[in-house]
Ligand binder design. Structure first.
Ligand code: GTP
Length: 598
């Protein structure tokens, strides 16, 4: 039977454990890519991804492999994003597979994301093949990793394949294991079409393209399809697979992985996790588990410099055609004017959006400090969702404020456990468990308020552990917190875009730090700038930026040409990401001071 010779799999790993390198090797070995036409790392397509070494867009490559049993197999390698912001997309792409290679760096061992993705794969009932990677390195410690595989993951360490994506070791063993251990897909071609969308992207020629796993039925050019979450219908213009080029095929059938194009204009019509069926002969059961992407972090985006509100609006409209996860709505800030409140999957997602808007759409913008979504129970018993701290109701009307918590996994050498406990305690974390995963390595589990993780947690964790600890999290629940709104006044006026929510016990410290931080980043102006942190009418901390003295200015305009040049350079640079507030100019850093203020 046809499906007997199909295998669908993903590679799951902690960041930097060598996923892309191994994927390239597999493509090379199976002849999908010639060495010379191989661009650095083919699976990562966007520039920014390449620069950051992070995979954002999932894609699926079809490989042909002639196994030792003499049979030809079709392997679909489904890429998964490597960052916690995209956890839902990881789980959807795993649903499209029957098996996964669990890649572990032989010099690093199991890290937080190894465990997180391992659990996700287990939940999907995948066949998991452990691969110990980078064994070409002298510091590889295969025995230690085998111990971890047995103790932490409960897998048979003798099943682990020793490999090096870079040196090309173990590649055929991996392909043989895929063929022999991962079960072929199940499904029926004669049943109505049932296809899971696990990724999408916008193609200027094809329109919005869906990457799908076909569970039942068949789809081809001309098929009238229906998207089950919205009921929208389209006619298929093309189906195909990435080989790795986009290659048109006659049809996709049960068990296959590939893409569907149907002249769909908006990528938001193609929701990850949704099911595509045949409009004329629909399936009665979608693939379970669909949920629309839900933003976890909000921030204000405001035009600055020569960018107008309309420019930002157009850019966001165009950008969001290719990013179904971003949400945005207009908001107006007394301080910053017209802008947008945008919802992101997480902080990394936010940074990527900001960078792409600036780079690809030539937009100059200011972002306000990101915040989580708070739930407020009013004294009247209503529940409100607050996505913008400046819109927090007056304290006299509030019964309770609830904030989101995450469940965090931290894996660390035991030397740093003390430092981590200190840090997490400072972030209001609650320890859930403490477990040795080998003689020197500890797995810590915590519940931590999400807001605390937004603010510099990652950096602090890295510093406290010299980069040796790894961290992963997922949203857990909402819990009441003793929270207050803090406002920042500049020369006596509240700047709404600087308001934030803080825990009462930390309010003084944070208030003090934030005004100090702002004093450092606000350039001196011709007049004094007063900065105050206030809760209600109570001043918690204050600082001042002294005015420029005239003679300082005069000096700059003397004959020293290099100095003058430097000053001009500086002014030019400073032009980017500055916002005029009345008479005061505030740089981008001032808006993000809260991130560094703890
Ligand atoms: P993300 O896309 O960020 O998740 O990273 P990745 O897991 O795809 O890792 P990638 O393949 O980009 O490799 C990370 C680093 O490890 C790169 O500097 C690679 O050159 C290196 N690397 C990957 N595989 C091997 C290997 O087998 N041996 C050695 N020595 N280095 C490797």
């Amino acid at each position: 039977r046809r499906m007997e010779h199909i295998r669908n799999f993903s590679i799951i790993a902690h960041v930097d454990h060598g996923k892309s390198t191994l994927a390239d090797r597999l493509m090379e070995f199976t002849g999908a890519v010639e060495e010379r036409e191989k661009k650095d790392q083919l699976l990562d397509t966007l520039d920014i991804e390449r620069e950051r070494g992070i995979t954002i867009k999932l894609q699926a490559v079809r490989l042909n492999y002639k196994a030792k049993d003499g049979q030809e197999y079709t392997l679909h390698l489904i890429d998964t994003p490597g960052h916690v912001d995209f956890g839902y997309e990881v789980s959807r792409s795993l649903t499209a597979c029957e098996g996964a290679l669990l890649l572990i760096d032989a010099t690093q061992g199991i890290e937080a994301q190894t465990i997180a993705t391992f659990w996700q794969a287990l939940e999907q009932d995948l066949e998991i093949i452990p691969v110990i990677n980078k064994i070409d390195l002298p510091s590889a410690d295969v025995e230690r990793i085998k111990e971890q595989i047995a103790d932490v993951l409960g897998l048979d360490p003798d099943e682990a394949i020793l490999a090096s994506g870079k040196a090309g070791i173990g590649i055929q063993d991996i392909l043989e294991a895929i063929v022999n251990k991962i079960p072929p897909p199940e499904g029926e071609e004669d049943k109505p079409l049932k296809a899971l969308i696990f990724d999408s992207y916008y193609d200027p020629y094809r329109g919005a393209v869906a990457f799908v796993r076909i569970f039942d039925g068949e789809v081809k050019k001309g098929t009238k399809i229906k998207l089950m979450s919205t009921g929208k219908e389209f006619e298929v213009t093309e189906v195909g697979a990435q080989t790795p080029q986009m290659t048109q095929l006659d049809s996709l059938r049960a068990g296959d992985v590939g893409y569907i194009a149907a002249a769909i204009k908006d990528v938001r019509d193609i929701r990850i996790g949704d099911t595509i069926t045949d409009a004329k002969n629909p399936t009665d059961q979608p693939v379970p588990g669909f949920r629309p992407a839900k933003p976890m972090v909000y921030a204000g985006l405001y035009p600055t410099g020569s960018t107008l509100f309309e420019d930002l609006r157009d850019a966001l409209e165009k950008y969001s055609i290719n990013d179904a996860a971003i949400t945005y709505e207009m908001e107006s800030s007394p301080a910053l004017g017209l802008g947008f409140r945008c919802g992101f999957l997480g902080l990394l997602h936010m940074e990527i959006v900001q960078e792409r808007l600036e780079r690809e759409y030539d937009i100059e913008l200011i972002t306000t400090a990101p915040n989580v979504i708070y739930k407020v129970i009013t004294k009247k018993g209503e529940e409100l969702e607050v996505r913008n701290p400046s819109q927090m109701p007056d304290p006299s009307q509030i019964d309770k404020i609830l904030e989101p918590y995450i469940e965090a996994n931290i894996i660390t050498p035991n030397d740093y456990v003390g430092a981590i406990m200190q840090l997490v305690q400072d972030k209001r974390g609650i320890q859930r468990s403490f477990e040795y995963i080998d003689k020197k390595t500890v797995l810590l589990r915590y519940d931590i308020p999400m807001a605390e993780v937004l603010f510099d947690f990652h950096d602090k964790l890295k510093t406290a552990t010299r980069g040796y600890a790894s961290f992963d999290y997922e949203f857990k629940d909402y819990r009441p917190g003793y929270l207050v709104k803090m406002d920042i006044k500049i020369n006596g006026e509240i700047v709404d875009a600087l308001s934030f929510i803080v825990h009462r016990d930390k309010a003084y410290r944070v208030g003090r730090n934030i005004v100090d931080k702002m004093r450092e980043v606000i350039p001196r102006q011709l007049f004094e700038v007063r900065i105050q942190a206030v809760i209600g009418s109570k001043v918690v901390a204050s600082a001042r930026v002294a005015p420029l003295r005239k003679d300082v200015l005069a000096k700059c305009y003397g004959g020293d040409i290099t100095r003058k040049k430097k000053l001009l350079e500086k002014q030019k640079k400073g032009k980017k990401r500055m916002k005029q507030l009345g008479k005061v100019e505030l740089p981008q850093e001032a808006f993000l001071s809260i991130l560094k203020a703890e």
